[in-house]
Design a protein around this ligand. Structure first.
Ligand SMILES: C[S@@+](CC[C@H](N)C(=O)[O-])C[C@H]1O[C@@H](n2cnc3c(N)ncnc32)[C@H](O)[C@@H]1O
Length: 191
């Protein structure tokens, strides 16, 4: 399939602003992935709230032996164009359709077995969940293998950071990302 992938327009931004944000986030997430000390190969990745597959694509290209599962409600307020079929088309265009699959699912529910994923990634999702995000953080921890990583970029409140630091053994916080408001940062957490 030819054409360009379309990763959507984020809430409160124009299409162009969303592209600019993604350019900055590509750099920041690739730096975060490079910080992960993965003695064992990263094979199973979950993209929690994958949207149209923007971060799934970045992770699949960085971790070349991995398979990625992207889960999303598809079509919620924070990305109204969200559509599983468009996400699949994007991966076909990127040449990643064999390694990146999508499932419609709520990340506040436990839909995968425990100790399954080597890496869970997420961008701009959990702040949309209200109080259910605390349950979702615990689900993420449970689905990760011991020694696995959770790389999350979001608008954090102090209580989110405290909760996450309480759930995971080590954490690293990459703040001050170009194009993003100050309360956005990327946390790298290890189970
Ligand atoms: C701002 S978009 C970000 C999408 C993608 N991570 C990216 O960076 O392009 C937020 C996404 O979170 C999804 N989302 C919100 N609440 C969710 C939930 N409870 N379960 C799964 N996905 C959810 C929305 O459907 C939307 O696609």
């Amino acid at each position: 399939m030819t054409g360009s992938p379309h990763y959507g327009t984020y809430h409160h931004t124009t299409r162009e602003q969303s592209e600019t944000i993604r350019s900055a986030l590509r750099v920041a997430f690739n730096e975060a992935f490079a910080c992960i000390n993965h003695e064992n190969a990263v094979e199973k990745i979950l993209d929690a709230g994958c949207g149209l597959g923007f971060l799934s694509e970045q992770a699949a290209k960085f971790f070349t032996k991995s398979s990625v599962i992207g889960v999303d409600l598809f079509g919620s307020k924070s990305l109204p164009e969200g559509d599983l079929k468009i996400a699949e088309q994007n991966m076909q265009i990127e040449g990643l359709k064999e390694r990146v699959k999508f499932i419609k699912s709520d990340i506040a529910e436990k839909n995968f077995e425990e100790n399954y994923f080597d890496l869970i990634i997420s961008n701009l999702v959990f702040h949309n969940l209200g109080k259910a995000r605390y349950r979702a953080y615990k689900n993420i921890r449970d689905m990760l293998k011991t020694g696995g990583f959770f790389v999350i970029g979001d608008f954090f409140r102090p209580k989110d950071k405290e909760t996450l630091k309480g759930l995971f053994s080590t954490s690293f916080d990459k703040g001050n990302i170009n194009q993003m408001p100050l309360q956005y940062s990327i946390m790298i957490l290890k189970k």
